[in-house]
Design a protein around this ligand. Sequence first.
Ligand SMILES: [Zn+2]
Ligand SMILES: [Zn+2]
Ligand SMILES: [Zn+2]
Length: 310
Amino acid sequence: MQVRKLKCSSCGANKVVANATSYMYCDYCGEFIGYDFERMSQEVMSKLSSESRDTDTYNSYMETVTRLGEATSQKDVNAFEKAVIDLHHIEIDLFPERYSPKMKQQAYRNQYNEFYKRFWAERLQNHFFEEQDALQKEMASCMPDFVYTLHEGKITYAFNDAMKKYFDIAKRYAKDSAQKTMASDSIMYYPERMKEGVEDMMFKQTIAGFARMLDADSFKEALSYLGLVNEYIEIPDVILKEEPCLGCGHPFLYPENAQKIVCEQCGVENKPAQHALSCMNCGCDFVPDMQKMETACPQCGSLFIPVKNA
Ligand SMILES: [Zn+2]
Ligand SMILES: [Zn+2]
Ligand SMILES: [Zn+2]
């Protein structure tokens, strides 16, 4: 079968099952393996499209983005910290695909929020605004040569030499940020295991953010320029099985011999061989009572809540 050339940094397996979210897990061992930028950009485009405007979430998103911009220009650490955390909470609901499906489970969400809070508290102590200033100036120097079209009030940029230079700066900045994140104290609070190769993923996530202002074709061109296009490879046929998630009942596909599967509907970790769930808080395995509305881990009491996606 033709599969995405994407190797798990933990067990070495290729991604063989199509992902339903931008945040991808290994089909065999359940480790976080990377981001699907195409899905990510599609989500951004649909959520910020004219049809989605004027909803409460959209309005509070725009308001918070403005507030963040103001705090940045005033170099107001407290206002910035508040806005960036507020924005984070809005984005979890506005762009659910950008995050792990595990975010639907409160235990994971709490831990992620803790990481995020600590990350920014730490980051803002270390010349954050000065670095942003220098970066903005460097990036602004590319802008006079940008070529764009205006269509129904939406600006779409072309991927020309000025844009390439802009992306080179963004790429350097993203790499630098990823290294800083990995070296920060907050990283131990990140709810996924941070292994080799994760730094590279974070870099890719950040760089994808810069590509958001491009149209779909230019976005592809940009990803190719940045060396971020996923190639496809042919691997011997894989036998896929289907089973309902023990957390939410939604069926998922998994390759034979898989040890741990992250359900993309509810984020719960299934262990198909043992017909068990794996607790995200304490790591123990247990067989849930499917008759109940919610399942608690017998060891630590963490709740697993069935989530039905719209
Ligand atoms: Zn793996
Ligand atoms: Zn599920
Ligand atoms: Zn537990």
